[in-house]
Design a protein around this ligand. Sequence first.
Ligand code: XMP
Length: 527
Amino acid sequence: MKDSKDLALDKKNIDIILVLDFGSQYTQLIARRVRELDVFSEILPWDISTEKIRNLNPNGIILSGGPDSVTSANTPRIPEVIFELDIPILGICYGMQTLAEQFGGQVTASSSKEFGHATINLEKTSVLFDGFSSGSSIDVWMSHGDQVSTLPDEFNLVASTSSAPIAAMEHVERPIFALQFHPEVTHTKQGNTVIENFVLKVCNCNPAWKMDNLIEQRILDVKQMVGNQKVLLGLSGGVDSSVTAMLLDRAIGKNLICIFVDNGLLRKNEAEDVERLFKDTMDLNLLVIDAKKIFHRHLKGISDPEMKRKIIGRTFIDVFDNEAEKLKDEINFLAQGTIYPDVIESSESESKEARVIKSHHNVGGLPDDMNMDLVEPLRDLFKDEVRKMGAELGLPIEMLNRHPFPGPGLGVRILGEITPEKVKILQEADAIFIAELIKANLYDQVSQAFCVFLPVKSVGVVGDERRYADVIAIRAVETVDFMTAAWAKLPYEFLAHVSNRIVNEIEDVSRVVYDISSKPPATIEWE
Ligand code: XMP
C-alpha cells in the first residue's frame, strides 16, 4: 500500500492556527473552537520538528494545557523556533506555565489545587478581552495544580482570581498572551470570544474555512488526483464512509466502486437499508457482499472476546481483499473515511502503551501487496465537520445522527459463542429498544444505546409453564468523548415498556436487565 496523498486544501492559500499539544484532554476542543470561527487549525505534538513548524507557516500558535508540571525536570517546553517565527502565541494552562518559565517568570505548585468554576477579574484592558468591560468578572473553568507566581519581566498582568493572582498575562510589546483558565470549554462563559479575539483580531486570520467552499474544493482535488481512474471504497454504513462515498460520487460518479460487506453481525435490516439508500436512491456503484456464512463459520465455537475481535477483523480483510482482487486490474485507488481524530500525531515521548490503546479500536488493516494509492478526503476533518459536510451533501439526518456502532458489530454484544440464532434475537431486541427511544424522543438525548445478549438463561413463566430462556441487557450512556460515560437515567416507565415489549414479542427472551455501570470502571461495550 502506498502512502496517502494529502487531499487537504492547498494550505499555502489558507490561514492556519497551529495548536501545539502538551497532552491536555481539551486539545481537540481548542482546534474545534478555532474551526468554528471558519479558520483552519492543525494539532501537532509539542516536540514536533522545527522544519514541520516552518513548513506549516501558521498565522498563530495556541499552546494547550497538559498533565505535566514545569516544576519537574524533563517536562515539555515550547520549541524555541516558535519565538523566532515572531507570530502570535496564546498559552493555555500548562502552555501558560511553560511560557512564563521560559520568559524568566516563576511557576510554583499552588497549595490549593483548583478544579472547576472560578471567577476572574480583569485588571487591565487587553485585545484578548475585547467585548468585556474593564473591571468586569468572568466565570471561567480552571483545572490546574501549578500556577505562575511571578510575572516574567516583559509581561503585564491582565486578570486574576482569588486563588490564582496571575490568571492572564500578556507580553508588553509582542503578541504573546497566556491564560490559566480554559477558554475552550463551554463552562467558561464567553470563552469563544477570547479565542475569537486571538484568532481574528490578534492573528488577523481570514475566516475562509467554510463548508461549501470546502466541498467544492475537495471535489476538484479528488478529480485532479484521480482523473479518469477508478476508486474502491469499503462502505460500512457509518457516517465517515458514507460521507466519503457521497463526496467521491460527486467528484467521479460511476468511477467509484463501493463494497459493503454483510458480516452477519449488523443491526436489523442494516444491509438492506444501506443498499436501498446508496444503490436504489442515490444510484451509487455498490456491491453488497453477503459474507454472513463465512463469518459465522469462522466464529463457530469461539467465545473468547479478543479471539472473536481478531477473527472478525481478519475475516473482513479476507472478504474485502478477495473482492478487491477481482477488480484489481481496473482499480487504482482505495478510498477511506479516515477522519482527523484518527490521525492526530502523538508526542514522541508518549508511551507506547497509550498508542496501543488508541489503535485497538481499528478493525482490520489494508492489504499490503495492493499497489493502490489512498484517497482520504476527510483526513483533516473533525466529526462535527464531517456531519456538516454529510448534511450539505444530502445524507439523511437519521444516518448523520446515528449512534456509533463498533466495527465488530453485534459480535462484541453477544457474550460467549456467536450463532446466527443469537444474532437474530439480539437484532430484534435492539430494534425494539431503538425504535422506542426514537418514539419517546430519547434517542438524541443519549450518546449510545443498544442491547447485549447475555450468556445465561433465566427462568420465566408463560401461562402455567416455566421455561428457561435468554437474558437481554439494555445499555444507554451519556458521554461527550466516549472516554468516560455515565449510564443514562432513562425513565422507569420507559424501561418497563421496552422490557415488556422485548419479553412479549421475542419468545426466546425471558428477562431484561438494565446496565447501571458508568465508564470507568466499566466500558461502554460489554466485551
Ligand atoms: P468502550 O467499550 O471501549 O467503547 O468503552 C468506546 C467506544 O468505542 C466503540 N468501540 C469500538 N468501535 N471497533 C470500533 O470501531 C471496536 O472494536 C470497538 N470497541 C468499542 C464503542 O461502541 C464506543 O462507542
